[in-house]
Design a protein around this ligand. Structure first.
Ligand code: PLP
Length: 413
């Protein structure tokens, strides 16, 4: 099997939903991915933020193989030892009380939306005003299923699938006045990513986050944070909201929590959980023994290796190096991020696309989001030398792209 035969086979049977990088992957180890042709890539995308401990981490592999021999799936009709233990750990690090496990990010977000509606009905039982509106943010991304899509403030994702779930209104990013204008006591939830990921790695301002917390607290609406990309250490704290000094009513997690196995989680308060009873929500696979056992080990490794401090430190270093490049290359418009959730925004979408391709030619995997933004999501185990390698390559790539752009400009003059 080579890349072209796999591509041909896929094109005959798969739905054409993915625009894949031209690599047939064989295996991964640490921060590196290896192609079937033997090429070695430095991976600064980590399976879109999933492989936080890199590839084939020995501690995860050990738990994975041991548990796989014992019990992979049993359904939520039974108890197994890991759900309560994992939920306890998540509650402790989040400041929240209760957990529901899912399989993916969008499934977690769907559940969070359902809980917001159910909680609003529960507290309004005696029939005051209906409270079902949801405020989400422009440029947000919460997933591909219908409810998640309805709260995703980007036309390109929504348009082919309308009509979507009603009752959602979008607030301008970081615009406190717009939030206040759209908020009233018919709102059951204000939703946002503390750092917009697919929207271009844009952290929410402290002022906006605090305003959202105060408004929701006063009215009894829920503050729901989507930490599917930013959570579990990516920003140098377990949760990005911990940079803001607020605690939400609901938070969703997924991507890195089980080190590559599909697992998501909705974390919430005792109060919100009191509106739920058996049968109201569920999932067949979510919270299975294999994923939960591995997720516990992910937490163990983060703690034992003090990875949060490492992420924080290397994030600062990475952004500093990118800021250095920004001084040299006028095509870099902005450098931003939190921890190892890092972006360099370029002035042009074409240049960003070309930069990703040119980095790949140099065996470095990064990705482009929101057209103009180079996004870096390295694993938490990344070292300074890997960052230096990426900076050096990006420097060369941007020099090459500017020379080409100058040539094209001269030729057309
Ligand atoms: N929310 C955020 C912030 C995301 O970044 C993503 C995925 O990129 C999702 C939700 C959807 O997660 P999944 O692809 O696991 O359904």
């Amino acid at each position: 099997m080579n890349l072209s035969s796999v591509k041909k086979a896929e094109s005959e049977v798969l739905l054409p939903t993915y625009d894949r990088l031209q690599i047939l992957v064989d295996h991964g180890a640490g921060v590196y991915l290896y192609g079937a042709d033997g090429r070695k890539y430095l991976d600064f995308l980590s399976g879109i933020g999933v492989n936080a401990l890199g590839y084939s981490h020995p501690a995860l592999t050990k738990v994975l193989t041991t548990q796989a021999k014992k019990l992979v799936h049993v359904s939520n009709l039974f108890f197994h030892p890991y759900t309560a233990e994992l939920a306890k750990r998540l509650a402790k690090i989040s400041g929240l009380d209760r957990v529901f496990f899912t399989n993916s990010g969008t499934e977690a977000w769907e559940g969070a939306l359902k809980f917001a509606r159910a909680y609003a009905q529960h507290v309004n039982q005696n029939g005051s005003k209906p409270r079902w509106r949801i405020l989400a943010l422009e440029n947000s991304f919460h997933g591909r299923t219908m409810g998640s899509l309805a709260t995703t403030g980007q036309q390109k994702y929504q348009k082919p699938f309308v009509p979507l779930m009603p009752g959602v209104e979008f607030v301008r990013f970081n615009d406190v006045a717009d939030l206040k204008a759209k908020f009233d006591d018919t709102v059951c939830a204000v939703c946002m990513e503390p750092v917009q990921g697919e929207g271009g790695v844009r952290p929410i301002s402290k002022e906006f986050m605090v305003a959202a917390r105060e408004l929701t607290k006063k009215s009894g609406a829920l503050l729901i944070l989507d930490e599917i990309q930013s959570g579990m250490g990516r920003t140098g704290k377990y949760f990005a909201y911990q940079h803001y000094g607020v605690v939400p009513d609901v938070v969703t997690l997924a991507k890195p929590i089980a080190g590559g196995l599909p697992l998501g989680a909705i974390l919430t308060t005792h109060e919100v959980s009191s509106c739920l009873h058996p049968g109201m929500h569920g999932t067949t696979f979510g919270g299975g023994p294999l994923a939960c056992a591995v997720a516990l080990e992910v937490l163990n490794v983060i703690e034992k290796k003090k990875l949060l401090a490492h992420v924080e430190k290397l994030g600062v270093y990475f952004r500093k190096q990118l800021a250095g490049l920004q001084k040299k290359h006028c095509c870099i418009k902005d450098v931003r991020g939190l921890g190892l959730f890092v972006a360099a925004e370029l002035h042009s979408a074409d240049m960003a696309k070309a930069a990703v391709a040119a980095m790949l030619e140099r065996n470095i995997i990064i990705n482009r989001t929101n057209e103009t933004v180079l996004r870096f999501l390295p694993p938490y185990i990344v070292e300074k030398k890997h960052i230096d390698q990426v900076i050096k390559a990006l420097d060369q790539v941007l020099v090459g792209l500017s020379v080409n752009a100058d040539k094209r400009a001269k030729a057309s003059a």
